[in-house]
Design a protein around this ligand. Structure first.
Ligand SMILES: [Fe+2]
Ligand SMILES: [Fe+2]
Length: 501
């Protein structure tokens, strides 16, 4: 029997809205869960997902993708990637797995909310596939690092990070809870799939897959490509939802959701991808700087997508672009300096050659960040490693949960952006972070940053040791310099040569 072509039956088959007889519409689709913003059901039926697939097609495809990724892993099991990779690359792997693996699980819950409460049948259909995608991503990214755990327990943080109060894990959870888990189906379509995935994860995953291949880690490269192809499909849930909101006079609300999600995604990607691209990736493997990458993907491509939909650029767009020049450099200093508080070994990425590259890509780097690194390098050369280790905690932003930092040295611009709200003073890294808080203070006001917890006496003893225990970082897991300070030798040689000359 001949099968009917998909396009002949798809619209009827997926059109599962009907008029309920035994319960009211609002009981089945409560506003709180759908976030329909008062746009009636008939309007949502115009939702037209750009990517159409059927369940049998989906399963066949996914099965092939899964077997592809798992067989590459099996084939390369003996490739000794752990032993042969640059330690900077291993740091990227560990930070990625810890920050992302269970974030995928959170994304699965979010997709499930759209699958149940999405107001448009097409949205529910796509989100059902999206939910299975995210489950697959969580499984893959837990399974792959698992085989490394016996050799290196930092890989255990793929699973562990989310269950701890490690500061990066708090930052990731705070953002993911805000954008994925505690939102309505419509909010999720806009914030997770449109802003977060179309804008940022696509970029992270495309870039990472290329970097992995370049670094010779084909297992990770195939894993990431396998995930990325799912992302580019389910990220398309948000676009048509935005079209409906805008067509029905809800542009202002939609714009606000987009702006909040971009603001939050930017901070996390800056921390994770920015430091990975410009510092942890071995110099010979770098294709583009983080800034060039952001300009190409965010300014070049995502900006167009926003405008084509009829949205405006977020009010902070220029300020964000301005931050491409410095924010991740500041985060890098923080991660390296507070290295005992992360679950991977941090590559400093500041050999003389690296600095030439940084200066070329970010003119003025040597006069700002370079000066601060010089102090660290002098201490390391003099054998005073203890002076390059933290004794206190930095001030943490009440929105991003990441330390407040910016440009040091001659162009100093580090500033707290405080806000008084109901007798409590909140601290923010920028106007952008503060603005997000002001959009919904009730939502954010009771959260305590790691430093708030320290001051409230939750961390005992109140010192770095107590903080490490609080963050669940066991000996053998705490981060150190990825190259065991071998990079400092190039400065010793350089200074020796200078003196000899
Ligand atoms: Fe995913
Ligand atoms: Fe996703």
């Amino acid at each position: 029997m001949a099968l009917i072509e998909r396009h002949e039956w798809y619209d009827i088959a997926r059109d599962t809205n009907w008029t309920p007889a035994y319960a009211s519409e609002s009981e089945i689709f409560p506003d709180l869960m759908t976030g329909a913003m008062g746009v009636p059901m008939e309007q949502w039926e115009h939702y037209d997902e750009p990517y159409k697939t059927s369940y049998p097609e989906y399963v066949k495809n996914q099965r092939e993708k899964d077997s592809g990724a798992y067989s590459v892993k099996a084939a390369l099991e003996r490739s000794r990637i752990l032993e042969s990779s640059d330690p900077g690359w291993l740091g990227i792997l560990k930070s990625h797995y810890g920050a992302i693996a269970l974030g995928e699980y959170a994304a699965m819950s979010a997709e499930a909310r759209m699958a149940r409460f999405g107001r448009a049948p097409g949205m529910r259909n796509m989100a059902t596939f999206g939910m299975m995608d995210e489950n697959r991503h969580a499984q893959l990214q837990l399974y792959f690092p698992h085989s490394y755990c016996a050799k290196d327990r930092q890989f255990d943080w793929a699973h562990k990070a989310y269950h701890t109060n490690e500061w990066g894990a708090i930052a990731a959870r705070h953002a993911f809870d805000d954008l994925f888990l505690s939102r309505s189906a419509t909010d999720i379509a806009v914030m997770l799939t449109f802003a977060f995935e179309t804008g940022f994860t696509n970029m992270q995953f495309l870039g990472l897959a290329a970097d992995a291949a370049e670094a010779g880690d084909y297992t990770f490269s195939s894993l990431i490509s396998s995930i990325q192809t799912d992302e580019s499909r389910h990220a398309q849930i948000g676009g048509p939802a935005l079209q409906i909101l805008i067509a029905n006079g809800r542009k202002e609300q939609a714009q606000k959701l987009v702006d909040i999600a971009i603001a939050r995604a930017w901070r996390l990607f800056c921390l994770l991808t920015g430091t990975a691209m410009d510092y942890a990736t071995p110099l010979q493997h770098r294709k583009q700087s983080f800034k060039e990458f952001m300009r190409e993907w965010i300014v070049g491509q995502f900006e167009r997508t926003l405008l084509d939909l009829g949205l405006d650029l977020p009010w902070f767009w220029d300020q964000m672009i301005n931050e491409f020049d410095y924010q991740h450099h500041a985060y890098q200093m923080g991660i390296w300096y507070w290295r005992p508080t992360v679950w991977w070994n941090v590559a400093a990425g500041v050999t003389p050659d690296c600095r030439d590259w940084l200066e070329e890509k970010y003119p003025g780097w040597n006069d700002t960040f370079g000066k601060a690194w010089d102090v660290i390098i002098d201490n390391l050369l003099a054998g005073r490693t203890e002076l390059t280790l933290p004794e206190t905690l930095p001030i943490v932003c009440n929105m991003s949960q990441i330390p407040i930092c910016a440009i040091p040295g001659e162009r100093w611009n580090v500033k707290d952006y405080p806000l008084e709200y109901r007798g409590r003073t909140y601290h923010f890294n920028s106007e952008i972070d503060r603005w997000v808080f002001q959009q919904d203070p009730l939502r954010y006001r009771d959260h305590l940053t790691l430093v708030d917890r320290f001051l409230a006496g939750h961390i005992q003893p109140p010192n770095l040791m107590g903080a490490l225990q609080y963050m669940n970082l066991a000996p053998g897991e705490t981060g150190d310099d990825a190259h065991q300070y071998a990079w400092v030798a190039s400065y010793r040689d350089k200074r020796y040569q200078k003196r000899a000359a």
